[in-house]
Design a protein around this ligand. Structure first.
Ligand code: HAM
Length: 418
């Protein structure tokens, strides 16, 4: 048997209904915040990710799916979306249309990580990228959008941590102090961290090795290297988040795993997920557009992992996502009537399931239950005679007879948002 590749998965019915519900919600909320969708190709030139995400990051140094095509060009399946969106922003000169660009996406990404719970080799994200705004109110808007989407999707127990890693100059200053601090421990560091010590010492703060985490506990805080302007910016972000009533904690060790960040960084986690607990991460990248060849333009964004969100939502939402009707026809005349009702209800926007296998009432109701359907409409000989359908609420078990003339209107009223 040919099977799917390790770390990838199929999204089958009934799970796909949950994905659709989440995606619909995300699009709806993005619209409310004034974001427009952008879609970019599945693969890009490898150089884009090397330059944007950084050669010393885990993503670029060991996780990319890269190959050389027949013409000798190095291509990479996108491991993240900030770099492709920045590339598109520059290529199409989007700032010409409007100095403020607010873009969102829902897409598949590829990283060759070790597969485990919440970590896949093909996974999905939704996220935003905003170009052209450097004031702290946009940081607060982007962070609150990330937090509010997760909350509106029904996720509880969210933890938001934020930090500022300062502008380029502050980070250069900090690089020297972290090198000075780590010098006495150099021999104890892993090979990767020793390499990073020379090329990119900030990356060492991302380590998962227990001894290195222990050493870093006493490392100097990046906060001490921030300029007055960066400090003021960060204080304003915190102040606005308080006004927006978004609960957060400051963590001065949060540098994030990608090299393009500057100033504000943030992450939202959920305890339910265990080790892979990050639902969402993001931050500012004020130098990235220029580094990739565009005009100097500030940027900020976030991305949230859909598989992890779906995992948390799975149980909670399953029972709510099916404002659907299961139509049961018993006997050939009743089947004709239920086919007619099914068509009218579907035309009015309702989801209606219908059993062409002509199974028994009991097994049809079992099927309705499996699908998480709320209402069953039952029509047999008796109902045909009385001109009334039997409408059963499968969650409460209550049932009533409703005449064929008004049953459609009644059901449409029950599910006004379908
Ligand atoms: P990231 O932290 O690499 O950031 O990924 C964001 C989210 O994607 C994570 O918090 C996680 O939920 C999900 N994720 C990442 N890797 C995997 C995986 N292997 N399997 C399942 N889910 C995963 C970025 O990608 C940045 N581009 C975010 C950003 C946008 N920063 C600014 N704008």
């Amino acid at each position: 048997m040919i099977r799917s590749i390790k770390g990838t998965h199929d999204i089958l019915p009934v799970e796909s209904a949950l994905w659709q519900a989440v995606e619909k919600n995300v699009r709806n909320i993005m619209g409310r915040y004034g974001y427009s969708e952008i879609r970019t190709p599945a693969f890009e030139g490898t150089e884009l990710f090397k330059r944007a995400v950084g050669e010393d990051t885990d993503i670029v140094s060991k996780e990319m799916y890269t190959w050389t095509d027949q013409s000798g060009t190095s291509l990479t399946l996108k491991p993240e979306l900030t770099a492709p969106v920045v590339r598109a922003f520059i290529q199409h000169n989007l700032s010409r249309l409007n100095p403020l660009q607010k873009l969102y996406y829902i897409d598949a990404l590829f990283r060759r990580e070790r597969p485990q719970k919440g970590r896949f080799r093909q996974f999905h994200q939704f996220g935003v990228e905003v170009f052209g705004a450097e004031n702290p109110e946009i940081d607060a808007e982007v962070i609150s959008l990330a937090f509010n989407i997760l909350k509106e999707l029904g996720l509880g127990n969210l933890k938001l941590i934020i930090n500022s890693i300062g502008s380029k100059d502050c980070r250069n200053k900090y690089r020297n102090s972290i090198r000075d601090f780590l010098k006495p421990y150099f021999k104890e560091l892993s090979e990767t961290s020793q390499k990073r010590f020379h090329n990119n010492p900030l990356r060492i703060l991302d380590t998962k090795i227990p001894r290195e985490i222990e050493i870093l506990q006493n490392a100097p805080s990046i906060t001490n290297s921030l300029s007055q302007i960066d400090n003021d910016h960060f204080s304003k972000v915190c102040e606005y988040l308080e006004i927006l009533k978004i609960p957060f904690k400051v963590d001065d060790k949060l540098v994030r795993g990608l090299d393009y960040y500057s100033r504000t960084t943030f992450e939202i986690t959920s305890d339910i997920l265990g080790a892979q607990n990050a639902l969402c991460g993001g931050g500012r990248y004020d130098d990235l557009v220029e580094n990739l060849g565009g005009k100097s333009t500030p940027g900020i964004g976030f991305a949230a992992g859909l598989e992890r969100i779906i995992m948390v939502l799975d149980e909670e939402l399953k029972s709510e996502i099916s404002p659907a009707v299961y139509m049961v026809g018993l006997g050939s005349q009743a089947i004709a009537k239920t086919m007619e009702l099914t068509q009218v209800l579907r035309n009015r926007g309702l989801t209606v399931h219908f059993d062409p296998l002509r199974r028994s009432l009991k097994s049809q109701l079992r099927e309705a239950d499996r699908l998480g359907v709320k209402i069953a409409v039952i029509v047999g000989d008796q109902e045909l005679n009385t001109g009334k359908a039997l409408v059963k609420d499968l969650t409460s078990g209550s049932q009533q007879e409703i005449s064929f003339e008004v049953v459609v209107e009644n059901l449409v009223e029950l599910f006004p948002e379908s």
